[in-house]
Design a protein around this ligand. Sequence first.
Ligand SMILES: *Cc1c(COP(=O)(O)O)cnc(C)c1O
Length: 429
Amino acid sequence: MNWISSRSRNRQFSLREVLFHGLAPDGGLFMPTNFPDISPNAKGESLPQTALEFLRPYFSPDIPEDELGNLLKEALNFDIPLRKLSDSIYVLELFHGPTLAFKDVGARTMAGMMDYLYDGDEPLTILAATSGDTGSAVASAFLGREKFRVVLLYPSGKVSKVQEQQLTTFGQNVTALEIDGNFDDCQKLVKQAFSDPEVRKSVNLTSANSINIGRWLPQAVYYVHCWQQFNQQNSGDNKPVVSVPSGNLGNLAAGLVAKRHGADFEKLIGACNANATFRDFIKTDKYRPRSSVRTLSNAMDVGNPSNFERIDEMYSGDTNTIRKHVGSDSFSDAKTLEMIVRIKEEFNYLICPHTAVGFAALFESSTFAEKNHPGIVLSTAHPAKFGDVIEQALAEPVPLPEVLKNAVNAEKQSVLMKADYEAFKAFLM
Ligand SMILES: *Cc1c(COP(=O)(O)O)cnc(C)c1O
């Protein structure tokens, strides 16, 4: 497979270039030159086996098949179960990885691929500005891999206690920089480092951010796995509608890749919080990016979702077909809290605020509510990661799973730093 930019088909790139550059030179997002012929088995195998069959046409022979199989076994060593709440409602639990959010799937697969393909003499430094799930998923995925060092920048006092403990207790090849500033300051420092020739000359840098092909494309695998589990649990041909809590739209765009390869969903729904850029595009045909606003489902607070460009490219800008395949809706924080209460009361099941937006969108979808298609909500994070919001909704504390207990009890190790580029540069070099 060769790769192109979403902005031009003129130049082709190798898997190695695509993985280590992240973004195309013209600012576009990398895409495969074509969608290969893959027809996943409707009944399914194990998750790593499904992953290998699905990803082989994309990533082999750059990564030989046996190597790819091994790294997928190691990356996807946890379950992604489809849990049935009622005859018509299912949840795909994507939060059983080591950092309890769906970002583990992409981050772990990318880390395995980079580890195989990186052949530089010096260690590769992975820089990530983070306000939550991304940093811990990336750090956990690269932890203990000797060819890499991970530097996380997070805004002091602006991430939750549990998230801060997760970010600052890895040790080994991971350093957490606690920046005296906000998330934008962290991002600015990272950008400055990438455009500083002096730094680039002496330090090998990469960003490993969420638009990287190595993180993005493997997410299609759990949609196939979901479809297979749904087929095992159901007979008949009433196709499910899938609600996807959405921010930067990587998850949703990966679902559309799986649909193209035969995971036969009736429709996907991009479930948005108050950051409704995508909902407005689906309703009006106009893509109008805006600044993000803060909500309770903060991993979805994105006003200009990067992966919109991927969706647009996949459909060659044909909005009518996009609309046939994808719906979208937007919900307030009040609705988010209401859903957490409703799902607890109706099904005795705890959901995180992002998943709650997914439920709200499912219940509002006419495909589910009027045409009676069964519904699947992707659960993107474990509720205990957002205990303060759950407590606000239910007035009762959420029990911490073992891994979070360990993180909360471990000693915080961070390097405090002003939001000052010279200090950051000195640290990097
Ligand atoms: C990142 C994240 C999202 C948004 O996913 P995108 O792929 O950016 O749309 C939703 N929920 C949780 C918990 C996340 O961490």
